[in-house]
Design a protein around this ligand. Structure first.
Ligand code: CAA
Length: 257
């Protein structure tokens, strides 16, 4: 792997991002966050983008948190600005119009857990360890954890994790809904390839519409959200994808999106 802080591999619009700072367990310093932001801005402008998978370099960690050594001497103002940079970057990730998946391949702590939470869903290797241990450092999660964690796993579990700082294994992460699936570490790559095939075979505009319906709908009352779904469903029939998808079914062939 090259020395880039974020490795980008593009397989026909399914883009794999690897946080590449394995000696520091891929801890997020300003340089990594800045590079992630730059890459995401580039991806935002791509009409051919179909999905984004994000993982950490090496066998040990997804991301072990924000960089503690870099944060240690920060003033309150510097800490606020550092966190704002990460919040804005994670927002970019969250609002990419395509499905985003965290492939959690080891330690997923603090800012790492917050990065996974900014993705649409996560899958983990069975050696993954999750937690929001910031209170053990005398601070709170600063990259969105106090807000996205309760929305993913419920407020009681989020309060448990954010106030005890305890670490949980992949099985517990699965049980509480923090991840969608757990597999042996050696199977994570095969799963990523399977996901690439699956997402690559679907209608790209339809996947975008599904994400928009779920993300935007979650912030609305049910009736408004159902009206949004209805509008997006109708919108799907205005493009070529629906014609190709349904013709392919009737003609007993694979669609070519
Ligand atoms: N920041 C900076 N460096 C880190 C780091 C972090 N979050 N996590 C690990 N590293 C570095 C270690 O300092 C060490 O560097 P050296 O080899 O130069 O000493 C290297 O990565 C390997 O780590 P360890 O030797 O500690 O590995 P280990 O296997 O013994 O322990 C670990 C692994 C349990 C993950 C441990 O490294 C650890 O507890 N890391 C910190 C986890 C944490 O507290 N994360 C939250 C950070 S705060 C945050 O994220 C705030 C926020 O919301 C914005």
């Amino acid at each position: 792997m090259s020395e880039k802080l974020i490795e980008v591999v593009d397989d026909a619009g399914i883009v794999r991002l690897t946080i590449n700072r394995p000696k520091a367990l891929n801890a997020l310093n300003s340089a990594v966050i800045g590079e992630l932001e730059r890459v995401l801005v580039e991806l935002e402008g791509r009409d051919d983008l179909r999905a984004v998978l994000i993982t950490g370099a090496g066998e040990k960690a997804f991301v072990a948190g924000a960089d503690i050594a870099e944060m240690r001497d920060k003033t309150p103002e510097q800490a606020r600005d550092f966190a704002r940079q990460a919040l804005a970057t994670f927002k970019r990730l969250e609002t990419l119009p395509v499905p985003t998946v965290a492939l959690v391949n080891g330690f997923c702590l603090g800012g790492g857990c917050e990065l996974a939470l900014a993705c649409d869903w996560a899958v983990a290797s069975d050696n993954a360890v999750f937690g929001q241990p910031e209170v053990q450092l005398g601070v709170i999660p600063g990259f969105g954890g106090t807000q996205r964690l309760p929305r993913r796993v419920g407020p009681a579990m989020a309060l448990d994790l954010c106030t005890t700082g305890r670490k949980i294994d992949a099985a517990e992460a699965l049980r509480i809904g923090l991840v969608n699936g757990v597999m042996a570490q050696g199977e994570l790559e095969a799963h990523a390839e399977e996901l690439t095939k699956q997402l690559g075979g679907n209608g790209p505009q339809a996947m975008r519409a599904a994400k928009q319906a779920i993300h935007d709908g979650m912030d609305q009352d049910l009736d408004s959200a159902l009206a949004l779904e209805n509008a997006l469903f109708a919108f799907c029939f205005a493009g070529e994808e629906q014609t190709e998808g349904m013709n392919a079914f009737v003609e007993k062939r694979k669609p070519n999106f």
